[in-house]
Ligand binder design. Structure first.
Ligand code: NAP
Length: 291
């Protein structure tokens, strides 16, 4: 990481992951933070991107910005491609101009779900939704960058904002039972855990001791959305009934992979970390929400 280009730029700073990451960044030594979100800087505007970079020359960009409305993307794929694809290409080019590293957050939804073992970084993506396709386009542009890291994660949640955990806890306030699909399996991932891993990657970049390329990070273990919902109820000590249903009984605009567990061996070894078990992270998060 070039030391004369000092800014560490986080896009999507007001999003679920962005908020946690920027909160943690305040504690990092030797970085000059530059945080942007949609209302300050639309990443689809290449002129605005270049102007921002000129004013805040980046040493490293962490792109957490994204079009994340999975179902809506089916009816507006151009918009999803613009934010998750074309804009990422522009951002990657800006990074190359400044010899800056780019850590780009991507998704398990680039896979079609047809495997029954955790997906490897070397497995070929085959997205089955417009959102997954748009993210895959973005990934490919980052991988052309010699300082590009694609960090795929899955089923992200946190104590704030709208995500599966907060949605389930909201629903039980209004209803006595909840139906949840049981035939899609993945790994829930606490955004705080992911942010810590991003911090470790930044440290490795600063020490020049990480290879560019694709990495997978998710909390360890796996479950279905149904099992996830049951665990949320248990963590919250709520007696509500969760009823398992097949995806066919819960029509959604976008198809989701049936099995999208990510193999995380590569990042575990690269960072020499133990990855928290999903239920342990969930318990921390639910306690925080209830408090
Ligand atoms: N959430 C998940 O389950 C999940 C799973 C795997 C991977 N990911 C990936 O992880 C990353 C972070 O996810 P998240 O859950 O933190 O998403 P999020 O809460 O939706 O945050 C994304 C942020 O990007 C902003 N944004 C949207 N369009 C933009 C644009 N054109 N220019 C600048 N900013 C823009 C959004 O602003 P507005 O809110 O104002 O639109 C929002 O603040 C995303 O890349 C996502 O694809 C998420």
């Amino acid at each position: 990481m070039k030391q004369d280009n000092k800014y560490l730029w986080v896009t999507g700073a007001n999003g679920q992951l962005g908020k946690i990451l920027t909160g943690q960044l305040a504690e990092w030594p030797d970085v000059k933070p530059f945080f942007t979100d949609l209302h300050e800087l639309d990443i689809t505007c290449s002129i605005a991107l270049r102007k921002a970079a000129m004013e805040h020359p980046p040493a490293l960009v962490i792109n957490t910005a994204g079009y994340t409305a999975v179902d809506q993307a089916e009816s507006e794929p151009e918009k999803a491609n613009a934010v998750n694809g074309k804009a990422v290409e522009q951002l990657s080019m800006v990074c190359q101009t400044y010899d800056a590293w780019l850590i780009h957050i991507s998704t398990d939804y680039v896979f079609d779900g047809s495997k029954n073992q955790p997906w490897l970084e070397t497995d070929h993506p085959n997205p089955i939704s417009a959102y997954g396709y748009s993210k895959w386009i973005g990934e490919q542009t980052v991988l052309k960058n010699p300082r590009g890291i694609v960090l795929r994660t899955s089923w992200l949640y946190s104590a704030e904002g709208k995500n599966f955990v907060t949605t389930i806890l909201d629903i039980v306030e209004k209803r006595s039972e909840v139906k949840v699909v049981s035939d899609q399996v993945g790994s829930p991932t606490l955004a705080d855990d992911l942010a810590q891993v991003i911090a470790l990657i930044v440290q490795k970049i600063q020490k020049n001791s990480i290879e560019p390329g694709i990495y997978h990070y998710a909390n360890s273990g796996s479950c279905s959305w149904y099992e996830f919902a049951v665990a949320i109820m248990e963590a919250a000590g709520l007696p509500w009934r969760v009823i398992p249903i097949p995806s066919a009984d819960f029509p959604q605009a976008a198809r989701r992979p049936a099995y999208s567990v990510l193999n995380t061996e590569k990042i575990r070894k690269a960072l020499n970390i133990e990855i928290p078990y999903w239920k342990d992270s969930l318990n921390h998060c639910v306690k925080k929400i209830i408090r």
